[in-house]
Design a protein around this ligand. Structure first.
Ligand code: SER
Length: 389
Protein backbone atom coordinates (compact mmCIF):
# COMPACT_ATOMS: atom_id res chain seq x y z
CA UNK A 1 0.00 0.00 0.00
CA UNK A 2 1.70 3.22 -1.04
CA UNK A 3 1.31 6.45 0.92
CA UNK A 4 -1.38 7.90 -1.34
CA UNK A 5 -3.53 4.80 -0.91
CA UNK A 6 -3.04 4.90 2.86
CA UNK A 7 -4.21 8.52 2.98
CA UNK A 8 -7.19 7.84 0.73
CA UNK A 9 -8.22 4.78 2.76
CA UNK A 10 -8.13 6.81 5.96
CA UNK A 11 -10.09 9.76 4.57
CA UNK A 12 -12.67 7.54 2.84
CA UNK A 13 -13.26 5.50 5.99
CA UNK A 14 -14.15 8.61 8.00
CA UNK A 15 -16.04 10.27 5.16
CA UNK A 16 -18.27 7.20 4.97
CA UNK A 17 -18.97 7.72 8.67
CA UNK A 18 -20.11 11.31 8.27
CA UNK A 19 -16.84 13.20 8.72
CA UNK A 20 -16.13 16.27 6.64
CA UNK A 21 -12.58 16.73 5.35
CA UNK A 22 -10.93 19.99 6.41
CA UNK A 23 -7.67 21.46 5.19
CA UNK A 24 -4.46 20.61 6.96
CA UNK A 25 -2.14 21.88 4.30
CA UNK A 26 -0.07 24.52 6.03
CA UNK A 27 2.43 24.45 8.84
CA UNK A 28 1.44 27.95 9.86
CA UNK A 29 -1.11 28.19 12.67
CA UNK A 30 -3.98 30.71 12.55
CA UNK A 31 -2.75 34.33 13.12
CA UNK A 32 -4.06 34.60 16.70
CA UNK A 33 -2.14 31.50 17.78
CA UNK A 34 0.98 32.15 19.88
CA UNK A 35 2.96 29.09 18.70
CA UNK A 36 5.25 29.25 15.68
CA UNK A 37 4.21 26.06 13.89
CA UNK A 38 1.33 23.61 14.00
CA UNK A 39 2.45 20.63 16.06
CA UNK A 40 -0.55 18.30 15.82
CA UNK A 41 -3.78 17.84 13.95
CA UNK A 42 -5.94 19.03 16.82
CA UNK A 43 -3.96 22.16 17.39
CA UNK A 44 -5.71 24.48 14.87
CA UNK A 45 -9.03 23.03 16.05
CA UNK A 46 -8.60 24.02 19.70
CA UNK A 47 -11.36 26.71 19.78
CA UNK A 48 -13.81 24.26 18.14
CA UNK A 49 -12.91 21.48 20.54
CA UNK A 50 -13.66 23.97 23.31
CA UNK A 51 -17.17 24.56 22.00
CA UNK A 52 -17.15 27.08 19.16
CA UNK A 53 -19.31 25.67 16.32
CA UNK A 54 -17.20 24.55 13.36
CA UNK A 55 -18.54 25.58 9.92
CA UNK A 56 -18.04 22.00 8.65
CA UNK A 57 -20.01 20.37 11.46
CA UNK A 58 -19.23 18.09 14.38
CA UNK A 59 -17.36 15.26 12.65
CA UNK A 60 -14.10 16.20 10.99
CA UNK A 61 -11.18 14.42 9.37
CA UNK A 62 -7.90 15.61 7.83
CA UNK A 63 -4.23 15.13 7.09
CA UNK A 64 -2.34 17.87 8.90
CA UNK A 65 1.24 18.76 8.15
CA UNK A 66 3.07 19.36 11.42
CA UNK A 67 6.47 20.50 12.61
CA UNK A 68 7.99 19.60 15.95
CA UNK A 69 11.30 20.90 17.23
CA UNK A 70 10.90 19.23 20.63
CA UNK A 71 12.01 15.91 19.15
CA UNK A 72 14.92 17.38 17.16
CA UNK A 73 17.58 15.34 18.94
CA UNK A 74 15.67 12.15 18.21
CA UNK A 75 15.50 12.86 14.49
CA UNK A 76 17.79 10.39 12.77
CA UNK A 77 16.43 7.41 14.70
CA UNK A 78 13.94 5.09 13.02
CA UNK A 79 10.71 6.98 13.62
CA UNK A 80 11.12 10.71 14.34
CA UNK A 81 10.84 13.41 11.68
CA UNK A 82 10.87 17.21 12.00
CA UNK A 83 8.09 17.78 9.47
CA UNK A 84 5.57 14.97 9.41
CA UNK A 85 1.93 14.44 8.58
CA UNK A 86 -0.79 13.46 11.00
CA UNK A 87 -3.98 11.68 10.10
CA UNK A 88 -6.69 12.98 12.40
CA UNK A 89 -10.37 12.50 13.18
CA UNK A 90 -12.56 14.51 15.55
CA UNK A 91 -15.87 14.44 17.29
CA UNK A 92 -16.83 17.93 18.43
CA UNK A 93 -19.34 17.01 21.12
CA UNK A 94 -20.87 14.37 18.83
CA UNK A 95 -20.08 10.61 19.19
CA UNK A 96 -18.35 9.18 22.24
CA UNK A 97 -14.86 7.84 22.86
CA UNK A 98 -15.77 4.10 22.69
CA UNK A 99 -17.16 4.72 19.19
CA UNK A 100 -13.85 6.25 18.18
CA UNK A 101 -11.94 3.24 19.56
CA UNK A 102 -14.20 0.77 17.73
CA UNK A 103 -13.80 2.62 14.43
CA UNK A 104 -10.06 2.81 14.96
CA UNK A 105 -9.85 -0.93 15.40
CA UNK A 106 -12.08 -1.58 12.40
CA UNK A 107 -9.95 0.63 10.14
CA UNK A 108 -6.65 -0.89 11.21
CA UNK A 109 -7.93 -4.45 10.86
CA UNK A 110 -10.21 -4.28 7.82
CA UNK A 111 -9.02 -1.14 6.04
CA UNK A 112 -5.28 -1.56 6.50
CA UNK A 113 -5.21 -5.33 7.02
CA UNK A 114 -3.24 -5.37 10.27
CA UNK A 115 -3.84 -8.75 11.97
CA UNK A 116 -5.40 -8.34 15.44
CA UNK A 117 -2.63 -10.45 17.02
CA UNK A 118 -0.20 -7.68 16.08
CA UNK A 119 -2.15 -5.06 18.01
CA UNK A 120 -1.95 -4.02 21.66
CA UNK A 121 -3.65 -1.07 23.32
CA UNK A 122 -3.05 1.01 26.43
CA UNK A 123 -5.52 2.90 28.58
CA UNK A 124 -5.35 5.39 31.45
CA UNK A 125 -5.04 3.50 34.72
CA UNK A 126 -5.90 6.40 37.07
CA UNK A 127 -3.84 8.69 39.32
CA UNK A 128 -4.27 10.66 42.56
CA UNK A 129 -6.93 12.87 40.97
CA UNK A 130 -8.89 10.53 38.72
CA UNK A 131 -9.97 6.93 38.61
CA UNK A 132 -9.08 4.51 35.79
CA UNK A 133 -10.62 4.87 32.32
CA UNK A 134 -12.97 1.90 32.67
CA UNK A 135 -15.01 2.85 29.62
CA UNK A 136 -12.03 2.37 27.29
CA UNK A 137 -10.91 -0.72 29.17
CA UNK A 138 -14.32 -2.37 28.65
CA UNK A 139 -14.50 -1.33 25.00
CA UNK A 140 -11.14 -2.93 24.26
CA UNK A 141 -11.93 -6.03 26.29
CA UNK A 142 -15.07 -6.50 24.23
CA UNK A 143 -13.02 -6.24 21.04
CA UNK A 144 -10.66 -8.94 22.31
CA UNK A 145 -7.44 -6.89 22.02
CA UNK A 146 -4.86 -7.11 24.81
CA UNK A 147 -4.94 -4.02 27.04
CA UNK A 148 -2.35 -2.51 29.35
CA UNK A 149 -3.06 0.29 31.86
CA UNK A 150 -0.57 3.08 32.43
CA UNK A 151 -0.64 6.41 34.21
CA UNK A 152 1.34 9.25 32.70
CA UNK A 153 1.65 7.76 29.19
CA UNK A 154 -2.11 7.75 28.81
CA UNK A 155 -2.86 11.32 29.72
CA UNK A 156 -2.80 13.90 26.95
CA UNK A 157 -2.79 17.66 27.35
CA UNK A 158 -2.63 20.54 24.96
CA UNK A 159 -0.01 22.41 27.04
CA UNK A 160 0.15 23.24 30.78
CA UNK A 161 -3.37 24.69 30.75
CA UNK A 162 -6.38 23.99 28.55
CA UNK A 163 -7.91 20.89 27.07
CA UNK A 164 -6.76 17.50 28.29
CA UNK A 165 -7.99 14.04 29.10
CA UNK A 166 -7.24 10.35 29.24
CA UNK A 167 -6.15 8.73 26.02
CA UNK A 168 -5.90 5.28 24.58
CA UNK A 169 -2.95 4.39 22.38
CA UNK A 170 -2.81 1.66 19.77
CA UNK A 171 0.47 -0.17 19.21
CA UNK A 172 1.59 -2.45 16.40
CA UNK A 173 4.12 -5.25 16.73
CA UNK A 174 7.13 -4.59 14.52
CA UNK A 175 9.40 -7.45 15.63
CA UNK A 176 10.47 -10.39 13.47
CA UNK A 177 9.29 -12.91 16.06
CA UNK A 178 5.77 -13.63 17.27
CA UNK A 179 4.62 -10.76 19.49
CA UNK A 180 6.12 -10.73 22.97
CA UNK A 181 5.73 -8.57 26.08
CA UNK A 182 3.63 -5.41 26.08
CA UNK A 183 4.03 -1.77 24.99
CA UNK A 184 5.70 -0.79 28.27
CA UNK A 185 8.11 -3.74 28.26
CA UNK A 186 9.10 -4.19 24.62
CA UNK A 187 10.00 -1.31 22.26
CA UNK A 188 9.08 -3.41 19.25
CA UNK A 189 5.51 -2.46 20.08
CA UNK A 190 5.36 0.85 18.21
CA UNK A 191 2.66 3.39 18.98
CA UNK A 192 0.77 4.43 15.88
CA UNK A 193 -2.51 5.98 16.95
CA UNK A 194 -3.68 8.05 19.86
CA UNK A 195 -7.37 8.47 20.69
CA UNK A 196 -7.81 11.27 23.22
CA UNK A 197 -10.97 11.74 25.25
CA UNK A 198 -11.04 15.52 25.67
CA UNK A 199 -13.16 15.73 28.79
CA UNK A 200 -11.28 18.21 30.96
CA UNK A 201 -9.63 21.59 31.00
CA UNK A 202 -6.74 22.32 33.32
CA UNK A 203 -6.96 25.78 34.89
CA UNK A 204 -4.13 28.16 35.84
CA UNK A 205 -3.90 26.65 39.35
CA UNK A 206 -3.44 23.13 37.99
CA UNK A 207 -6.99 22.05 38.86
CA UNK A 208 -9.11 19.95 36.50
CA UNK A 209 -12.58 21.07 35.48
CA UNK A 210 -14.96 19.26 33.10
CA UNK A 211 -14.67 20.76 29.63
CA UNK A 212 -17.59 22.73 28.20
CA UNK A 213 -17.84 20.21 25.37
CA UNK A 214 -16.73 16.58 25.44
CA UNK A 215 -14.75 15.76 22.35
CA UNK A 216 -12.63 13.07 20.77
CA UNK A 217 -9.34 13.84 19.08
CA UNK A 218 -7.34 11.17 17.31
CA UNK A 219 -3.94 11.47 15.70
CA UNK A 220 -1.86 8.94 13.77
CA UNK A 221 1.57 9.70 12.31
CA UNK A 222 1.31 9.00 8.59
CA UNK A 223 4.96 8.10 7.99
CA UNK A 224 5.05 5.71 10.92
CA UNK A 225 1.84 4.00 9.81
CA UNK A 226 3.19 3.67 6.27
CA UNK A 227 6.44 2.12 7.50
CA UNK A 228 4.44 -0.46 9.48
CA UNK A 229 2.16 -1.24 6.53
CA UNK A 230 5.08 -1.50 4.11
CA UNK A 231 6.97 -3.75 6.57
CA UNK A 232 9.89 -1.29 6.78
CA UNK A 233 12.27 -0.89 9.67
CA UNK A 234 12.17 2.89 9.50
CA UNK A 235 10.19 5.78 8.06
CA UNK A 236 13.14 6.51 5.78
CA UNK A 237 12.66 3.19 3.99
CA UNK A 238 9.11 3.96 2.84
CA UNK A 239 8.06 5.21 -0.59
CA UNK A 240 7.93 8.74 0.84
CA UNK A 241 11.70 8.79 1.19
CA UNK A 242 12.56 6.49 -1.72
CA UNK A 243 14.16 9.15 -3.96
CA UNK A 244 15.95 10.68 -0.97
CA UNK A 245 17.50 7.41 0.13
CA UNK A 246 18.42 6.55 -3.44
CA UNK A 247 20.16 9.84 -4.23
CA UNK A 248 21.63 11.22 -0.98
CA UNK A 249 23.91 8.31 0.04
CA UNK A 250 25.47 8.32 -3.44
CA UNK A 251 25.96 12.08 -3.34
CA UNK A 252 27.36 12.39 0.17
CA UNK A 253 29.07 9.57 1.99
CA UNK A 254 27.73 9.79 5.54
CA UNK A 255 26.98 7.30 8.31
CA UNK A 256 23.40 6.03 8.41
CA UNK A 257 22.16 8.36 11.12
CA UNK A 258 23.73 11.43 9.51
CA UNK A 259 22.17 10.50 6.18
CA UNK A 260 18.77 10.39 7.83
CA UNK A 261 19.32 13.72 9.60
CA UNK A 262 20.41 15.40 6.35
CA UNK A 263 17.40 13.97 4.47
CA UNK A 264 14.96 14.94 7.22
CA UNK A 265 16.31 18.47 7.68
CA UNK A 266 16.54 19.18 3.97
CA UNK A 267 13.08 17.84 3.29
CA UNK A 268 11.64 19.71 6.30
CA UNK A 269 13.35 22.94 5.23
CA UNK A 270 11.81 22.61 1.77
CA UNK A 271 8.32 22.24 3.25
CA UNK A 272 8.81 25.24 5.56
CA UNK A 273 10.04 27.29 2.58
CA UNK A 274 7.09 26.04 0.55
CA UNK A 275 4.74 27.39 3.23
CA UNK A 276 6.22 30.85 2.75
CA UNK A 277 8.80 31.12 5.55
CA UNK A 278 12.28 32.54 4.83
CA UNK A 279 15.36 32.32 7.06
CA UNK A 280 15.66 35.17 9.60
CA UNK A 281 17.04 35.67 13.09
CA UNK A 282 13.74 35.47 14.94
CA UNK A 283 10.56 33.42 15.10
CA UNK A 284 9.69 30.94 12.38
CA UNK A 285 12.49 32.11 10.15
CA UNK A 286 14.97 31.29 12.89
CA UNK A 287 13.62 27.75 13.22
CA UNK A 288 14.26 27.36 9.50
CA UNK A 289 17.73 28.89 9.76
CA UNK A 290 18.66 26.55 12.61
CA UNK A 291 17.39 23.57 10.66
CA UNK A 292 19.55 24.49 7.67
CA UNK A 293 22.57 25.13 9.89
CA UNK A 294 22.15 21.81 11.64
CA UNK A 295 22.08 19.96 8.36
CA UNK A 296 25.11 21.90 7.06
CA UNK A 297 27.00 21.05 10.25
CA UNK A 298 26.31 17.34 9.77
CA UNK A 299 26.94 17.44 6.04
CA UNK A 300 30.30 19.18 6.30
CA UNK A 301 31.59 17.51 9.43
CA UNK A 302 34.18 15.50 7.53
CA UNK A 303 34.34 17.42 4.28
CA UNK A 304 34.10 21.18 4.07
CA UNK A 305 33.64 21.13 0.32
CA UNK A 306 30.18 19.55 0.44
CA UNK A 307 27.50 21.96 -0.67
CA UNK A 308 23.74 22.02 -0.92
CA UNK A 309 24.11 23.28 -4.47
CA UNK A 310 24.53 19.58 -5.33
CA UNK A 311 21.03 18.80 -4.04
CA UNK A 312 19.27 17.07 -6.95
CA UNK A 313 16.31 18.99 -8.29
CA UNK A 314 14.39 15.68 -8.36
CA UNK A 315 14.33 15.71 -4.54
CA UNK A 316 13.06 19.26 -4.38
CA UNK A 317 10.33 18.50 -6.91
CA UNK A 318 9.36 15.23 -5.21
CA UNK A 319 8.88 17.04 -1.88
CA UNK A 320 7.04 20.06 -3.28
CA UNK A 321 4.79 17.72 -5.28
CA UNK A 322 3.97 15.58 -2.30
CA UNK A 323 3.04 18.62 -0.20
CA UNK A 324 1.32 20.29 -3.18
CA UNK A 325 3.45 23.41 -2.91
CA UNK A 326 4.05 25.68 -5.85
CA UNK A 327 7.42 27.19 -4.97
CA UNK A 328 9.85 27.22 -7.87
CA UNK A 329 13.06 25.25 -7.56
CA UNK A 330 15.29 28.26 -8.35
CA UNK A 331 14.02 30.09 -5.29
CA UNK A 332 14.74 27.05 -3.14
CA UNK A 333 18.25 26.91 -4.51
CA UNK A 334 18.90 30.62 -3.96
CA UNK A 335 17.72 30.52 -0.37
CA UNK A 336 19.73 27.42 0.49
CA UNK A 337 22.88 28.76 -1.13
CA UNK A 338 22.53 32.11 0.57
CA UNK A 339 22.20 30.35 3.93
CA UNK A 340 25.20 28.21 3.12
CA UNK A 341 27.29 31.32 2.36
CA UNK A 342 26.28 32.95 5.64
CA UNK A 343 27.02 29.76 7.50
CA UNK A 344 30.49 29.49 5.94
CA UNK A 345 31.27 33.07 6.94
CA UNK A 346 30.08 32.37 10.47
CA UNK A 347 32.23 29.27 10.69
CA UNK A 348 35.28 31.17 9.54
CA UNK A 349 34.65 33.88 12.09
CA UNK A 350 34.09 31.22 14.76
CA UNK A 351 37.37 29.46 13.98
CA UNK A 352 39.25 32.76 14.06
CA UNK A 353 37.82 33.82 17.40
CA UNK A 354 38.20 30.40 18.97
CA UNK A 355 41.87 30.26 18.02
CA UNK A 356 42.58 33.13 20.43
CA UNK A 357 44.56 32.04 23.49
CA UNK A 358 41.72 32.79 25.94
CA UNK A 359 39.47 30.21 24.22
CA UNK A 360 41.97 27.38 23.85
CA UNK A 361 40.90 25.51 27.01
CA UNK A 362 37.42 24.19 27.81
CA UNK A 363 34.82 26.93 27.36
CA UNK A 364 32.90 28.30 30.33
CA UNK A 365 29.28 29.34 30.33
CA UNK A 366 30.25 33.03 30.16
CA UNK A 367 32.44 32.29 27.09
CA UNK A 368 29.41 30.94 25.25
CA UNK A 369 27.45 34.06 26.19
CA UNK A 370 30.27 36.34 25.07
CA UNK A 371 30.72 34.48 21.78
CA UNK A 372 27.02 34.71 21.13
CA UNK A 373 26.42 38.30 22.22
CA UNK A 374 29.59 39.89 20.82
CA UNK A 375 30.37 37.73 17.80
CA UNK A 376 26.95 36.35 16.86
CA UNK A 377 28.15 32.76 17.21
CA UNK A 378 25.31 30.41 18.19
CA UNK A 379 26.03 27.94 20.94
CA UNK A 380 25.45 24.89 18.71
CA UNK A 381 27.96 26.17 16.20
CA UNK A 382 30.57 26.91 18.86
CA UNK A 383 30.04 23.47 20.37
CA UNK A 384 30.57 21.94 16.92
CA UNK A 385 33.80 23.88 16.42
CA UNK A 386 35.06 22.93 19.88
CA UNK A 387 34.44 19.25 19.15
CA UNK A 388 36.49 19.58 15.94
CA UNK A 389 39.66 20.50 17.86
N1 SER B 1 -3.55 15.25 20.06
C1 SER B 1 -3.08 13.89 20.07
C2 SER B 1 -1.63 13.78 19.71
O1 SER B 1 -1.03 14.76 19.29
C3 SER B 1 -3.91 13.08 19.12
O2 SER B 1 -4.19 13.82 17.98
O3 SER B 1 -1.08 12.73 19.87
Amino acid sequence: MNTDVVVRTFLDFYRERGHRPITGSTLLPPPSDPVLFTTSGMHPLTPYLQGRPHPQGRRLVNVQRCLRTTDLDEVGDLTHLTVFEMLGSWSLGDYDHPQSLRWGYELLRDGFGIPPEKLYVTVFGGDEQLGPDLESLHTWRESGLPVESTRDENWWSNGPVGLCGPDSEIFVWTGDTVPEGSPTTDPRWVEIWNHVHLRYERDEDGGLVPSRQIGVDTGMGLERLVSVLQGRRSVYETDLFEPWMRRVPVLWELDERSTRVVCDHLRSSLVVLGDGVRPTNTGRGYVLRRLIRRLLTVLRRHDDSRTVSDLPVELVEHTLDHFRQSLDTDTVREVLLDEERRFTQLLERGRRVLSRPEFRGPLREEDYHYLHDTHGLPRELVAGLVSER
